[in-house]
Design a protein around this ligand. Structure first.
Ligand code: 13P
Length: 349
């Protein structure tokens, strides 16, 4: 199956009332782990690469691996997405390479650290939409600023400093024409999100619900959505790691989000923890081993297990065969003739 438009994947998820995990990759084993889980659970999937990942893997290696994944898994719809593009040029280069979706994270300036103004964000995001849609490529924007730092990208802080204002979310969706909207509701990237199990006062689910009420057809995106399970932390620490106690986003909160318009859920840290725990275990238990396959195979299996769990929890499991991929050239026509809407439905306050 060729790579699929993320817009199609999210439109289908909205019809089916489920969420789709977007899993970060840097290398072959991570891509294979995602595809193992997608095959096992019969899930459509979003694979995403940050700027850091693209640099690490020298772009073409990673993209060819995704193409191989698509060729080897003809029954699985796969969208390839640029995570946190910091500029028009970053998004353009992903589109030229063949990515079927890009995130223009205009919530931060090009340095990937300094929060931008609303007008700056609208301007750069709209420019990316104007470039992407005629090429059939999906665009995710971000309004509000996430906490934490990932791959050198992020404003830092707790995630509660710049939560999304619902009125701004409406104006942003109207003025940019994005296909998907990442919002800030108190989550942050990385393992250290919360110092105790978060409850309603920490995660601003009320803001998410308010945004969904105003923008009932807009696909919402939850970043920083690893759950950082204690079992995964324990394996890392049991075999010599030194993680401090930490809490992630509870699955129940993500599921509440999915019932309120969340269609894309970004997960990276949980997979990193699973991989690291599995590798540490092999190193600690069999220090005489030195063939990388001896630890990369269990690492890949550990990641596949986490991804399969998330696919089931997010509800995408079982939906891989629901639809046929629309060619990207047809998606481009859909944007041009208006069958693919880019103006959000806005409900009164
Ligand atoms: P986590 O660090 O919670 O896995 O978030 C990943 C993410 O949001 C990538 O954009």
């Amino acid at each position: 199956m060729p790579l699929v438009s993320m817009r199609q994947l999210l439109d289908e998820a909205a019809k089916g009332g489920y969420g789709v995990g977007a899993f970060n990759v840097n290398d072959m084993e991570q891509i294979q782990a995602i595809m193992m889980a997608a095959r096992q659970t019969k899930s459509p999937v979003i694979v995403q690469a940050s700027r850091g990942a693209r640099a690490f893997a020298e772009d073409l290696y990673l993209f060819r691996l995704i193409q191989a994944a698509a060729e080897l898994n003809p029954d699985i719809p796969i969208a390839m997405h640029q995570d946190h593009g910091n500029s028009f040029e970053t998004c353009k280069s992903a589109i030229e390479l063949g990515y079927t979706s890009v995130m223009m994270d205009g919530s931060l300036r090009e340095d990937g650290k300094t929060p931008s103004t609303f007008e700056e964000n609208v301007e750069v995001t709209r420019r990316v939409v104007e470039y992407a849609h005629p090429r059939g490529v999906t665009v995710e924007g971000e309004i509000g600023v996430l906490g934490g730092v990932e791959d050198g990208h992020g404003a830092g802080g707790s995630g509660l400093e710049h939560v999304t204002d619902p009125d701004q979310a409406v104006a942003f969706a109207e003025r940019t024409g994005v296909d998907a909207l990442a919002i800030a509701i108190g989550t942050s990237h990385g393992a250290y999100k919360f110092s105790k199990k978060p409850d309603g006062s920490v995660l601003k689910m009320d803001i998410l619900i308010a945004i969904h009420k105003r923008l009932p057809r807009t696909h919402l995106v939850m970043h920083g959505s690893s759950s950082v399970p204690k079992e995964l932390q324990d394996i890392v620490n049991q075999y010599g790691g030194k993680l401090k106690p930490t809490w992630g986003v509870p699955i129940e909160e993500i599921q509440l989000g999915i019932r309120n318009g969340v269609r894309k859920i970004n997960v990276d840290t949980d997979n990193r923890l699973a991989i690291t725990g599995a590798i540490r275990k092999v190193f600690a238990e069999t220090p005489e081993k030195f063939d990388p396959r001896d630890y990369l195979k269990p690492a890949r299996e550990a990641m596949a297990k986490v991804v399969a769990e998330r696919m089931t929890e997010f509800g995408q499991a079982g939906h891989a065969g629901d639809y046929k991929p629309i060619p990207i050239s047809e998606i481009a026509k859909g944007y041009a003739n208006g069958t693919l809407t880019t103006q959000p439905l806005v409900a009164a306050k």
